[in-house]
Write a protein that binds this ligand. Structure first.
Ligand code: ZN
Ligand code: MN
Length: 258
């Protein structure tokens, strides 16, 4: 049995006891509710960011996982198929920024100062950054200013793993939406939520070098995915996860135990 890391499954007395020394590391997953083709559920980005955060906290020992921000910024055509596709919920930037800013301030009020935002939805990143920056501005002058790391989990997949898992060439993390990485990790941890028999196979989307609004629906493959998840296996999911958890835990330890 592994010990619980997610504070949303703990009582307040346990939570207060675990954070009382003020040096605990809190990982905060940030996802999205977004269409992921015919073969995967809307919650993929929220499920995977939370899973990667929990496994990293477990590996670190003593780190905790805060409440997930389940919704994400608007899906964009060149990285998530587009916000025009029904099934996708797109939150305005000020909502994302305000949510991140509030969480940093609330954890500060609880006495938690070492924070890590673990992003699982490509489009979120700069709004997480902005929320953190504004929160630190709010808290300037406080006796202890939080130290906040921000990362997207896929950036920790090593080049060796990419080379092994994408023998045909790596399409890039932006067009991985609904592709081999997300599908393989889902197969490893949430197999009941993946339906490979419904997967729509197609070549990686050829997207223009510009964005355009209103979105031009024909630019997104009919599947809603930007590359095919056909070559996905749970074994690949395990290899990707090991690489991610290893890299994230080492990076976080490097910052917060210095
Ligand atoms: Zn996704
Ligand atoms: Mn996404």
């Amino acid at each position: 049995m592994t010990t619980e890391t997610n504070i949303t499954r703990m009582d307040a007395f346990t939570y207060r006891d675990l954070i009382k020394d003020g040096n605990v590391v809190m990982l905060i997953p940030v996802g999205a509710i977004e269409q992921h083709g015919a073969h995967m559920p809307l919650g993929v980005d929220a499920l995977l960011s939370t899973k990667m955060a929990e496994l990293t906290a477990e590996k670190m020992g003593g780190a905790l996982v805060g409440p997930s921000i389940e919704f994400g910024y608007k899906s964009q055509q060149r990285s998530g198929g587009g916000a025009h596709i029904i099934g996708t919920f797109g939150f305005d930037a000020d909502t994302m920024i305000g949510t991140v800013r509030t969480l940093v301030r609330e954890f500060h009020r609880h006495g938690v100062h070492n924070l890590v935002f673990v992003n699982g939805h490509y489009e979120n990143y700069q709004f997480i950054y902005e929320g953190v920056d504004l929160a630190l501005r709010d808290l300037s002058g406080e006796p202890r200013i939080p130290q906040v790391m921000m990362m997207s989990y896929w950036d920790f997949v090593t080049p060796q793993v990419i080379e092994t898992l994408y023998p045909e060439g790596f399409p890039g993390w932006d067009v991985e939406h609904g592709g081999v990485m997300e599908t393989s990790i889902m197969l490893e941890f949430f197999p009941d939520l993946v339906h490979l028999e419904k997967l729509i196979d197609h070549p990686a989307a050829e997207l223009p070098l510009y964005d355009i609004l209103p979105a031009v629906p024909q630019l997104t493959p009919a599947s809603g995915c930007l590359s095919s998840g056909k070559a996905s296996t749970p074994e690949k999911g395990r290899i990707l996860t090991d690489s991610i958890v290893e890299g994230m835990s080492a990076a976080i330890r490097g910052v917060f135990t210095a």
